[in-house]
Every structure is written in structure tokens, then in C-alpha cells.
Design a protein around this ligand. Structure first.
Ligand code: NAP
Length: 528
């Protein structure tokens, strides 16, 4: 079987020991295998010494140009990458494009952000007098850290997860060791081959670790950045790792999220806004078979609108349920979950939520899907659950703390009040994204203030912009990605803010004239 290789310390390594087999989750056919790689401490040293020096020798503009060229290169390989995502990720063509085009978009986005910056460090804000009347000033500057960026990614976005993190670190001048999730690693491995082709990146700027993380974190240093995306459990293990704690290496966690959509009390059926809500709910539930950290899991609907919304959403989902099957057939609208373990966990999750919900649509045990023999593939059809208004208010209810990572969402009826909506959203204990659908400006203003502390991003949708509105699960390089609490309290992307994860903030404290002179000149490249 084809063995995928890691790229560490400047060489391709097939790995050793027991190999994990990567499969097509629709047909269960084996596709490739990966095995554990060694020499991870040396790989981090190579990143810090060779990669870091090479990256910091380039200006912001030069790093931006390299990213721009990489975006073009990846775009040229798009069809090949889509085919891999369909085969190993269970993605429909649309799902694959969402991941791959999104990834190329972040690379291109940070190419232009870097191209607009200059100097060895970034000047952050205005110089402030140390006290009233003082000639002394404090000026914050941001300089690339001299460690490695360790990127550990989830299975659901092998392209966007890897390249989205890489582009920001590269723009900031920090070399990357990237570890994709094992079950869907074929796409990440192929992208890595493209990225590592001779002449694309400076030596040491990017390394790929396939298979388990092994002892990688035992070699973390104080200038390193660990950026993790995945489950809250693994995130907690990484945050609590003895060496990570001991060195105070910087850590960013992007974890689970029980994202909510809040439908305002003014929304009526028969409007464009109502149609948008139905479309968004269906997209968020079924895109990537619901395996999206930004998927809407809780739909807050005013009691008076519940029946009409339920019927409309069920209509859309039933059409997708009928066309759930092998994504190699373009007429299928939804593919399988990515592994047997994900299917098992999602089915168990539906049972957990079942304790406090009724099932409106979907059979978690369904075994016949389009294009495959009965019982083959890790499929789960779209499942819509519904709670009572009383249960919706109970913070202990499972739909507020158990993320079913599949095509599953719960309707939560509420009284249409801002405080009730905020109470229900807050029961999720921190989310990546929320959506507010309303034309009532006062409701929107009050709800924005009440919801924002619980969210990393809030999508505001109303009748006027319904035609232009994008589903809340779309993440853009200019928009913050990350949420408080359960979502990991991380922050990635967000335009220039995203660079800060890889930069050290230093206060320069000195005379006003001297600081102004120092910072007005083009800063020298730091000595390596
Ligand atoms: P996971 O099981 O936590 O795995 C995530 C990554 O961590 C994988 O690369 C995994 O490697 C690695 N890993 C596992 N144990 C580790 C350890 N002890 N030390 C270092 N690395 C370790 O998560 P997943 O199942 O891939 O992803 C699904 C979850 O990710 C969902 O909960 C979803 O909400 C979340 N997610 C969040 C975001 C976000 O931006 N907030 C985005 C996507 C997904 P192996 O695959 O080799 O085990």
C-alpha cells in the first residue's frame, strides 16, 4: 500500500512501526498508510535555526510575494486536490472546494497583508507619555518570535487547517512544523509535497509530521507557538502538557463549539429573511456532513414561528437525506462522516441529546445510502432534534454542552426576548460564531451587546442584505476565528491581528525624540 511520508529535518521519512490505514469513508476501501516518524526534537531545532533565520532574512513584502506565488501554485493543483478530498475526506465536490478554496484564500489574504508591511518589527499604536508632562514615552512594537510554530490540526479541514495556520506564521516570519490529523492526512500530505517542491519556500520554513505527535511537545521551547485545532479533550491535554507549562510556550486552542442561530421575534415566514434562515440552517447542518467547528448546532426560534420554521427546514433536509451517498457521484449532496469512530461517536451523541429532545427528522441507524452497498460507509443522514422551551433554558441540558460532530442540530423554542436568547446562548459556555436574524434594530442592538461576550464572531442578517448574506460557517482571513470558553479561547486570522500569535510584543521605553528617530527609519533586519 502507498506509504505517505513525513518531511522532517530536510528529508522525507516513511516512518516506522505499526502503520495506520487511511480509507475512503464512503466505500471503506484502503487508500494509503502512515507510520510514526522520529527525530522530532531535531526537527524543531532545524526549524528554529535554519527556517527561522531564512524567514527573518526576508522582508514582509518578500514573504508576502512567496505566499502569493504559493497561492497561484496551489490553485493550479486544485482539481487534483479536490479529487483527494472526495476520496479520503468523504467530501462532496462542494465540500472539498469549501476546504481547498478557503485554504488558498487565506494564503492569498496573508500574501497581501504581508506585502503591505515593512520593518524588522511592527509599530503597534501611538507612543504614550509615561506620565503627564513627561518626555519619556512607551511605544509597543511586535517582532517575530525566534521559535517554531507547532501546528496540530483536526481531521475535518485538512487543507484550510494546515494552510490557514501556515500562511499566518510564514507571513510573521516563523517556521512551521505541521501535524495533520491522521484519518484525512492524504490531502495535507499532497499539499505538503507541493509546498515543499524545490524553490517554493526557504529551507526549513515548513515541515510535515504525519501519524501521531509522539514526543513532539517534549521538545517545545519558550519562543515556540503551539497552535492546536481539535477536540476540547485533546486541547486540554496539550495546554496541560508539562513541557508546555514549564516553558510557557505560547498556546492557541481552537476547540469544540455549540454555535447558535438566534431568530428575532419580528421574523415572519414568506420573507427573504425567513428563506435565508432556512437555507443557512440546512447548509450548516449538511455541509461537510456537519463536521464543521462553525456549524450551527442550536437554533433559537420564537415559539410562534416554530411550526413554520420546522416544516421549512425539514423540507430542505429531507431532499438532502434522499441524496446522501458516495460523494464520487456528483448528484449526491452529502457524503459520509470521515471515519468509523466519528460515525460511532455521532450516533452516541444523538442518543445523548435524545434524553432531552424529540427527533423531528432522521434515523441515526439508517444503513442504505446512494451508490454504496447497504451498511457500507460511515454515513449519518441529516438529523433535526427539538427541545421544549423549558428544557432550552436548562444549562445542564446536553444540547448545551455535547457537540455531536455530524449533520445534527436542535431547534430550541424561546419567548423572543433578548435576555432569554442570551441565557440560552451563554449556556453553550463560549462559541466560535453566532448568528442574529432580525429586522428589529432595537432587538439587534440589545442582543448584540448581550451575545458578543460569548462569541468570537457574530453574523448579523436582515431582510435588506438577505440576498448577499453568507452562511455563518464561512470563515474569512480578515475575520477573527476563535471563541471564548468551550471554543478554546483562541484567536486566529482576523487580518493583521492574526500575526500577533507569532510576534512578541515589546514596550520600547525611552525619550520621545529618540524613539521617534529610531522608529522613523526603516528598521534593520534582526541579526540572526
Ligand atoms: P482530536 O481528536 O482532538 O485531534 C486533533 C489533532 O490532535 C489530530 O491531529 C490528532 O492526531 C492530534 N492529537 C491527538 N492526541 C494528541 C496528543 N496527545 N498530543 C498531540 N496531538 C494529539 O480532534 P478531531 O477529531 O481531529 O477533530 C474534531 C474536533 O475538532 C471537533 O470537536 C471540532 O469541533 C474541533 N474543531 C475545531 C475547530 C476550531 O477552529 N475551533 C476546527 C475544526 C475542528 P491524530 O489524528 O493522529 O490522532
Amino acid at each position: 500500500m502507498h506509504r505517505l511520508s513525513s518531511y522532517l529535518g530536510g528529508t522525507w521519512q516513511p516512518g516506522q512501526g505499526q502503520a495506520a490505514v487511511l480509507v475512503n469513508p464512503a466505500t471503506e476501501a484502503p487508500l494509503a498508510e502512515v507510520a510514526a516518524a522520529g527525530g522530532l526534537g531535531e526537527a524543531l531545532q532545524w526549524a528554529r535555526r535554519t527556517g527561522g533565520a531564512n524567514l527573518r532574512a526576508l522582508s514582509w513584502r518578500e514573504r508576502g510575494e512567496r505566499l502569493g506565488a504559493l497561492a497561484t501554485l496551489l490553485h493550479g493543483a486544485r482539481e487534483e486536490l479536490i479529487a483527494i478530498a472526495v476520496a479520503n475526506g468523504g467530501n462532496t465536490r462542494g465540500d472539498a472546494k469549501f476546504d481547498i478554496d478557503g485554504a488558498i484564500g487565506v494564503v492569498a489574504g496573508y500574501a497581501s497583508i504581508a506585502a503591505g508591511l515593512h520593518g524588522g518589527h511592527l509599530v503597534d499604536g501611538e507612543a504614550a507619555p509615561l506620565h503627564k508632562g513627561s518626555k519619556l514615552r512607551a511605544q509597543h512594537v511586535l517582532t517575530p518570535r525566534q521559535g517554531a510554530a507547532i501546528h496540530i490540526n483536526a481531521f475535518n479541514f485538512p487543507a484550510w487547517g494546515m494552510l490557514g495556520k501556515f500562511a499566518v506564521a510564514f507571513a510573521a516570519g516563523v517556521p512551521v512544523v505541521s501535524k495533520p490529523a491522521t484519518s484525512t492526512a492524504m490531502l495535507a500530505a499532497r499539499i505538503a509535497e507541493l509546498v515543499l517542491a524545490p524553490g517554493v519556500l526557504p529551507e526549513g520554513a515548513f515541515q510535515l509530521l504525519l501519524g501521531p505527535a509522539g514526543d513532539l511537545l517534549d521538545h517545545v521551547g519558550p519562543q515556540d507557538v503551539v497552535a492546536f485545532t481539535g477536540s476540547a479533550d485533546t486541547g486540554a491535554r496539550i495546554r496541560g502538557h508539562a513541557r508546555v507549562l514549564g516553558t510557557n510556550a505560547r498556546v492557541n486552542i481552537e476547540a469544540d463549539s455549540l454555535n447558535a442561530a438566534v431568530i428575532g421575534p419580528d421574523v415572519r415566514s414568506g420573507t427573504e429573511l425567513f428563506d435565508l434562515i432556512v437555507r443557512d440552517c440546512a447548509i450548516e447542518l449538511t455541509q461537510k456532513a456537519g463536521q464543521k467547528c462553525t456549524a450551527t448546532r442550536r437554533i433559537l426560534v420564537p415559539t410562534a414561528l416554530l411550526g413554520e420554521l420546522r416544516d421549512a427546514v425539514v423540507g430542505r433536509l429531507a431532499a438532502t437525506a434522499a441524496r446522501t451517498g458516495d460523494p464520487a457521484d456528483d448528484s449526491n449532496r452529502m457524503g459520509p462522516l470521515s471515519s468509523a469512530a466519528q460515525q460511532r461517536d455521532a450516533r452516541a451523541g444523538v442518543a445523548t441529546l435524545g434524553a432531552r429532545t424529540s427527533r423531528v427528522l432522521g434515523d441515526p441507524e439508517r444503513r442504505n445510502f446512494a451508490g454504496v452497498a447497504d451498511g457500507v460507509g460511515y454515513f449519518l443522514e441529516p438529523i433535526l432534534l427539538e427541545a421544549t422551551a423549558e428544557d432550552a433554558l436548562d444549562p445542564a441540558a446536553p444540547f448545551h454542552h455535547h457537540e455531536v460532530f455530524g449533520p445534527v442540530a436542535t431547534l430550541l423554542p424561546y419567548d423572543g426576548g433578548v435576555q432569554t436568547a442570551a441565557q440560552i446562548v451563554a449556556a453553550g459556555e463560549g462559541s466560535l460564531v453566532g448568528t442574529l436574524y432580525s429586522d428589529d434594530r432595537e432587538f439587534t442592538a440589545r442582543a448584540t451587546v448581550a451575545l458578543a461576550p460569548h462569541l468570537g464572531r457574530l453574523v448579523l442578517a436582515c431582510e435588506k442584505i438577505a440576498a448577499a448574506s453568507l452562511a455563518p460557517g464561512c470563515v474569512f482571513p480578515v475575520a477573527n476565528h476563535g471563541g471564548p470558553g468551550r471554543a478554546g479561547d483562541g484567536a486566529e486570522l482576523g487580518g493583521q491581528h492574526g500575526l500577533e500569535l507569532y510576534l512578541q510584543r515589546t514596550t520600547l521605553q525611552g525619550g520621545a525624540a529618540e524613539l521617534a528617530r529610531l522608529l522613523s527609519a526603516e528598521s534593520p533586519k534582526p541579526a540572526d
